[in-house]
Ligand binder design. Structure first.
Ligand code: UD1
Ligand code: CA
Length: 455
């Protein structure tokens, strides 16, 4: 079998995006369009991936850290045929070449596998689509026997040809040997003065090479992005598909149009996801997890039966089973909550390990801390983890009771079953079973004369 080499065209300016960012770096589902295409090439098992870049080349290269992509610079955009030619020197003669586009992000690997399967020593494989409105696209010209003869660009097409609704997606696959034969023979003698890749179809027909055609399941798969409207259309299609997948896999979505997945979300059964929830990065939800409205959840594992109430933000956290989070909780990276923990409203945690059954119910900051089992952290408790220069740890044993509004000045250790009186500022270690009270004593003054307003 010939090795598959994928060429990704990404040199164009994308002026209709009206953006300082190169078009192919605009994101669909949180990922630059070009990266979607590179991932597709990888999924196809490409032996080589070749990115043709021009406008914003440095930026594209910088944002795309990929050892497996070989870049080719197209300094002037002289047409799609010229663009492909820039990558050709890096492609072995015995390869099959698949041509993709950095601004066509969502073609399925299944469609492309079918396309590539039809490439033979003497056959070229073309992806076309039939559109209600074919305006702007290259038209597929067929003879009476339905054999493909050529592609004619919109600007070069006759009035009769303009009525053809089968159009070129731009995506095609063929043996490198043929490409290397045909590309040097392209001319730019056409309405746009460009070297059209599409002209190789007529050359194939001339040389007796078979042109076989594949069509995608839906036109979104081959939809390119020229402006932000089309970007949003693809985003919505992507999200609709994700929502359908989640429902198929056992999630109830309060509204399939109001959940966004920007990454990889894996789920168990009987998941509940309320409206306006955003998932980012790698997230897994165990059976019966429930996510309230307005939550943002990034790079997190949430075990079975845990309830995340409204407007919680979870980032880089591992949460055990049967936990209760929120509403309005903020879990930051390095948070590890054991089973049956509770983190309530206006609580922020960071690099915090919280043992089974422990509760931090209201208005607290717990950072750089280790808490044992069944600890109760009273409202308004703060770990003072930062001395202005360095971060320090707070370690709290099992069954500790931390009174409300306690400041734990780290580094500090509180042993098992200790009790801290409300309003304490703890600066020294507390031993097992001790009560620590560290606050000004209350003084009552009898018959205190209140100040009176001067007349
Ligand atoms: C091209 C096809 C057309 C097809 C359409 C599908 C040609 C001649 N025409 O037309 O048949 O229906 O795509 O969208 O191929 N690019 C470069 N360097 C260049 C020129 C283009 O990298 O010199 C890249 C662009 O960044 C873009 C892609 O190739 O991503 C397509 O180029 P564009 O000029 O938009 O081609 P279309 O006119 O859309
Ligand atoms: Ca285009």
């Amino acid at each position: 079998m010939s090795p598959l080499h994928v060429i990704i065209l990404a040199a164009g300016q994308g002026s209709r995006m009206k953006s300082a960012l190169p078009k192919v770096l605009h994101r669909v589902a949180g990922k630059p369009m070009l990266h979607h295409v590179i991932d597709t090439a990888r999924a196809l098992g490409a032996a080589g991936i070749h990115g043709v870049i021009g406008h914003g080349a440095d930026q594209v290269r910088a944002i795309t850290e990929a050892d497996d992509v070989q870049w080719a610079l197209q300094e002037q955009q002289l047409g799609t045929g010229h663009a492909v030619a820039q990558a050709l020197p890096n492609i072995p003669d015995d390869a099959n070449v698949l041509i993709l586009y950095g601004d066509v992000p969502l073609t399925s690997t299944e469609t492309l596998q079918q396309l590539v399967l039809k490439v033979g020593e003497c056959s070229l494989s073309l992806l076309t689509v039939t559109l209600d409105d074919p305006h702007g696209y290259g038209r597929i010209i067929r003879d009476e026997a339905d054999k493909v003869l050529a592609i004619v660009e919109q600007k070069d097409a006759s009035e009769h040809q303009h009525r053809i609704t089968e159009v070129n997606t731009g995506i095609l696959a063929l043996p490198a040997r043929l490409l290397k034969d045909w590309l040097p023979r392209l001319s730019n003698n056409n309405a746009q003065g460009e070297y059209y890749l599409t002209d190789i179809i007529a050359m194939a027909v001339m040389d007796g090479v078979t042109v076989s055609v594949t069509q995608p399941d839906t036109e979104f798969e081959v939809q390119g992005v020229n402006n932000r409207l089309q970007l949003a259309e693809l985003e919505r299609w992507y999200q609709r598909r994700e929502a359908e997948r989640l429902m198929t896999e056992g999630a109830t979505l309060a509204d399939p149009a109001r959940v966004d997945v920007r990454g990889e979300l894996s789920i168990g059964n009987d998941i509940l996801i309320d409206v306006n929830v955003v998932f980012e990065g790698k997230v897994s939800l165990g059976d019966r997890v429930s996510i309230g409205p307005g939550c943002v959840i990034r790079n997190a594992n949430i075990a079975e039966g845990t309830v995340v109430a409204a407007h919680s933000v979870i980032d880089g956290a591992d949460i055990g089973a049967g936990a209760q989070i929120g509403p309005f909780a903020r879990l930051r990276p390095g948070t590890r909550l054991a089973d049956h923990t509770k983190v309530g409203n206006f609580v922020e945690t960071k690099k915090a390990e919280v043992g089974e059954g422990s509760k931090i119910n209201h208005l607290s900051y717990v950072g750089d801390a280790i808490l044992g089992r069944n600890v109760n952290v009273g409202a308004g408790t703060i770990t003072c983890n930062y001395d202005g220069v360095n971060k320090h740890q707070t370690v709290i044993g099992d069954e500790v009771f931390v009174g409300s509004n306690t400041s734990l000045v780290a580094p500090v250790t509180v042993a098992d079953k200790a009790t801290i009186g409300a309003g304490s500022t703890i600066t020294r270690p507390i031993d097992t079973g001790e009560l620590a009270v560290a606050r000004g004593r209350q003084r009552n003054v009898q018959n205190w004369p209140r100040p009176e307003k001067k007349s």
